[in-house]
Design a protein around this ligand. Structure first.
Ligand code: UT7
Length: 336
């Protein structure tokens, strides 16, 4: 039996830090409101020359370096992002070019904040079947480009960054299981709607060119829109059910989980999930205070922080979990 083992981690945060005090200057909010409701104190914001692929490249290089793989050996690149550089080429192909990786498999996965778990799961299947013997899996997000900087209910929640792991085929346990879920009927609760579509009205038979033919498109929002309370309630309930199922399925008790590494959207959601697991917050890696919600980048970012500061050690059992637009949610149980 082959496993996928995490052989390297890396991350990147843009140098510009935007604090809650900075948001107080821009919208009607306060550090107290933001911190009490979310646990966020600050976030990193990318410079105008940065992109999902440029941030991914720095994170991936760090992970590849730690894994001991050479660039020439890389067989697969998967990037989870909801903020790609372009519709195509995929951010994974742009990353391949930036890294100088020879011909390999490269594609993006879009599952909003759950994207990294989805991407990890896909890479795991390729490795377990023997199709590839390694993969670079990245979450990279430029949330600052899709928030409405005047909407206090969403703008204070998000930040930018990238996190990466290198997976290698191994005879010893690595990724033990992944669980993926989606419920499209909840899709409207968390969206970025904008799409630039070609206008064929007046050209295709049966269509007429009128002044308002783009009205529907123009009405689409290019920004994150969220029904926060609805998302919050579904997140707490679905994540709670999911982590309980994982413990049951693997016949684990909470003492056997060394670290919970959750998606960093809101400290209250994280606390509720830890409570469901019977884990004290000392066994939870939390970066939401300084990273805020970096969507699909948040788990690999938090993992890299904890690997590099020595909290996460080889042989430990880690549980990743995430929740996001789609709505999607998922988990990965990992022996590091
Ligand atoms: O990562 C993807 C998944 N996303 C999530 O998991 C996010 C889930 N949702 C949440 O984390 C929370 O719902 C939020 C942090 C987004 C909001 O917290 P909440 O406790 O649900 O607040 P709320 O939306 O019910 O708003 C409460 C009040 C409202 O005022 P009124 O109507 O009570 O007078 C809002 O207008 O807080 C007001 N408010 C703010 N006040 C100060 C909303 N945003 C702000 C703000 N500063 N930034």
């Amino acid at each position: 039996m082959k496993y996928s083992k995490i052989a390297g981690t890396g991350s990147y945060l843009p140098p510009t830090i935007f604090t809650n005090a900075d948001w107080e200057q821009r919208v009607e909010t306060s550090d107290a409101w933001i911190f009490e409701r979310t646990g966020i104190r600050s976030r990193h914001i990318a410079g105008k020359e940065e992109s999902a692929s440029s941030m991914a490249a720095i994170a991936a290089k760090r992970a590849i370096e730690q894994s001991g793989l050479s660039i020439e050996e890389i067989q697969m690149i998967i990037v989870a992002t909801g903020t790609p550089d372009k519709i195509f080429p995929s951010t994974a192909c742009l990353l391949q070019q930036r890294l100088g990786v020879p011909t390999c498999i490269a594609f993006d996965v879009q599952a909003a904040c759950t994207g990294f778990i989805y991407a990890l799961s896909v890479a795991d299947q390729f490795i377990k079947t023997g199709a590839v013997s390694n993969a670079v899996v990245v979450g990279s997000e430029l949330m600052s480009r899709v928030i409405d900087w005047s909407d206090r209910s969403t703008c204070v929640l998000f930040g930018d960054g990238a996190g990466a792991v290198v997976l290698k085929a191994s005879e010893t346990p690595g990724i033990l299981s992944t669980n993926l879920y989606a419920q499209g009927s909840y899709g409207d609760f968390l969206t970025v709607e904008n799409m630039q579509l070609a206008d064929y009205t007046g050209i295709l038979p049966g269509t007429t060119k009128t002044e308002n033919n783009n009205a529907d498109l123009m009405a689409l929002s290019p920004y994150v829109k969220m029904q926060g309370q609805k998302v919050f309630k579904i997140a707490v309930s679905k994540l709670g059910e999911m982590v309980k199922d994982i413990l049951e399925k693997h016949q684990l008790n909470s003492e056997q989980i060394d670290w919970l590494i959750p998606h960093q959207a809101n400290i209250r959601i994280i606390q509720a999930t830890a409570e469901k697991l019977g884990l004290s917050m000392e066994k939870v890696i939390c970066t939401v205070d300084t990273h805020s919600n970096t969507s699909s980048a948040s788990i690999p970012l938090a993992l890299d922080v904890a690997v590099r500061d020595g909290r996460v050690k080889p042989g430990q059992t880690l549980l990743f979990e995430a929740f996001g637009g789609g709505l999607t949610w998922g988990s990965a149980l990992v022996q590091y």
